[in-house]
Design a protein around this ligand. Structure first.
Ligand SMILES: [Zn+2]
Length: 195
């Protein structure tokens, strides 16, 4: 395999990049300014070198503890449980939640060999006791795996005197009922609120 083929192969293993797009990116880089390729390669290795998981919540950070965990203004007794670090920035962008986070680093998926021990569940249990957590908001993805994970967590905390809630999944704002996918509609009916 020559270096162009290898480059295309490496790009095509990125999420959402098919073989055609991979080839387009590879040929673009070969034609573009040489400095761009160097800077791109450097930024990838620099990020891999510097970024690690926060020792408390698992969020991505360049320090031992992330900015959210070290923010003394945030509420300490509520944890929002997410699957991946990138979910934190989505929730943070709404500006609604002012508590703590905990990253599972995935979801339960027996088919892929991912059980409770492969996720940051033990750390969550320890943290809940240590930090006297009063509520855990489960914000796993609205998928079969996300629901299974949420149910598992809920059972774990059943007798722990901690309020467990799940994000209400609703219809997209401004969307038409007609164009809403069935699963979203189903969930919004199940999770309906009294008027
Ligand atoms: Zn953190």
């Amino acid at each position: 395999m020559n270096s162009i083929e290898l480059l295309i192969k490496n790009f095509s293993s990125l999420p959402g990049i098919g073989k055609k797009s991979a080839a387009r990116i590879a040929y673009y880089l070969l034609k573009a300014d040489r400095n761009y390729s160097v800077s791109l390669a450097n930024s990838i290795s620099e990020a891999r070198e510097r970024v690690r998981n926060c020792s408390i919540c698992g969020n991505y950070t360049e320090n031992e503890v992330c900015d959210i965990c070290s923010d003394t203004m945030r509420e300490k007794n509520t944890i929002c449980l997410v699957e991946m670090p990138q979910d934190i920035s989505v929730i943070e962008s709404t500006g609604v939640f002012k508590g703590q986070y905990h990253v599972l680093m995935g979801h339960l998926s027996p088919i892929d060999g991912i059980g409770p021990d492969q996720l940051n569940i033990k750390q969550l249990m320890e943290r809940a006791v240590r930090d006297s957590i009063s509520e855990i908001i489960i914000a796993t993805n609205p998928s079969v795996e996300g629901d299974t994970t949420a149910l598992y967590i809920q059972k774990l905390f059943e007798e722990k005197n901690i309020k467990i809630t799940r994000l209400a999944s609703g219809l997209p704002v401004g969307g038409d009922l007609e164009y809403t996918d069935r699963l979203t509609l189903m969930r919004s009916i199940q999770g309906r609120l009294p008027l």
